[in-house]
Design a protein around this ligand. Structure first.
Ligand SMILES: [Fe+2]
Length: 274
């Protein structure tokens, strides 16, 4: 455990994934929904005003700090905990702009080994030159990090489609022997998460990957693989709902929805042998 003391409103959840036969221990820091909106002279006046409004409401939020401070504190905490991989599962920015992308680039890259998966708030960010360098993609919207005892896969599951090459890698990986940790912005509909979330939002279709209202080519095929009883999927890390929740797919695979970084939420996943 780290000696770093977090502000009292912050909450870092902790979970373990056991991989039989694995030697050593590996920690992943999961950060989602930071919604940063720093002021930047690179942005037009209109966007700077929009960002200023968001910063004002951030200070009135749960942590009393700016979204930028919340994000930086959580990253520092993850480093102090010895996390070897940082996963950002989307909506790290409040909205895409050149200034916000340029602000985030050094911060995300300084975490060392990381996976950056877009959320709906990153939609359109790819028109800014630095954005593509945030993702070391093996295919559009798709990343894979392979470790000796497991793989971590980042999947852009916002509206759209999955590239053919990425689909093949995903399929082969999920049908393979190596445990997979999947990082995606939108969680999959699973009870009782769905019941809890319906009390907050009526229109659940927008929020879940597994919902028919959320258009995504290959959605059914991907869901079928994730729900397969013989899948090598070990855990799913998601965000987007702005709540923290732990649940299991019908095949027993845990889905960890992590609370938003803008409220001081995050999660450390410890992967180890018995
Ligand atoms: Fe989102």
């Amino acid at each position: 455990m780290s000696d770093m003391v977090l502000p009292p409103s912050f909450e870092v959840k902790r979970n373990k994934i056991i991989i039989p036969g694995m030697t050593g221990c590996f920690k992943i820091m999961h950060i989602t929904d930071a919604h940063v909106s720093p002021d930047s002279p690179l942005d037009p006046e209109e966007l700077r005003e929009k960002a200023a409004e968001k910063r004002k409401s951030a200070i009135l939020g749960k942590t009393g700090l700016s979204h930028e401070e919340n994000l930086n504190i959580l990253i520092e905490y993850g480093k102090s905990e010895g996390c070897e991989l940082f996963v950002f599962s989307g909506d790290v920015m409040a909205f895409p702009s050149e200034g916000i992308v340029e602000y985030l680039l050094p911060i995300i890259k300084a975490t060392g080994e990381y996976i950056f998966v877009p959320g709906n708030h990153e939609g359109g960010a790819d028109k800014f030159p630095g954005y593509s360098s945030l993702m070391k993609q093996v295919a559009p919207g798709f990343e894979v990090r392979e470790y000796p005892f497991f793989k971590v896969i980042g999947l852009d599951n916002n509206g759209g489609r999955l590239d053919e090459a990425a689909w093949e890698i995903l399929k082969t990986s999920l049908l393979g022997d190596k445990p997979i940790i999947l990082v995606q912005h939108r969680p999959i509909t699973v009870e009782p998460l769905l019941t809890e979330f319906r009390e907050i939002h009526k229109n659940v279709g927008f929020y879940f990957f597994g919902h028919k209202d959320n258009g995504y080519e290959r959605r059914e095929e991907i869901l079928e693989l994730l729900r397969d009883k013989d899948t090598s999927l070990a855990a799913v890390l998601a965000g987007h709902l702005h709540i923290g929740h732990e649940d299991n797919y019908p095949n027993g695979v845990p889905q960890y929805v992590t609370a938003p970084a803008f409220e001081g939420g995050s999660r450390i996943i410890e992967i180890k042998g018995e």
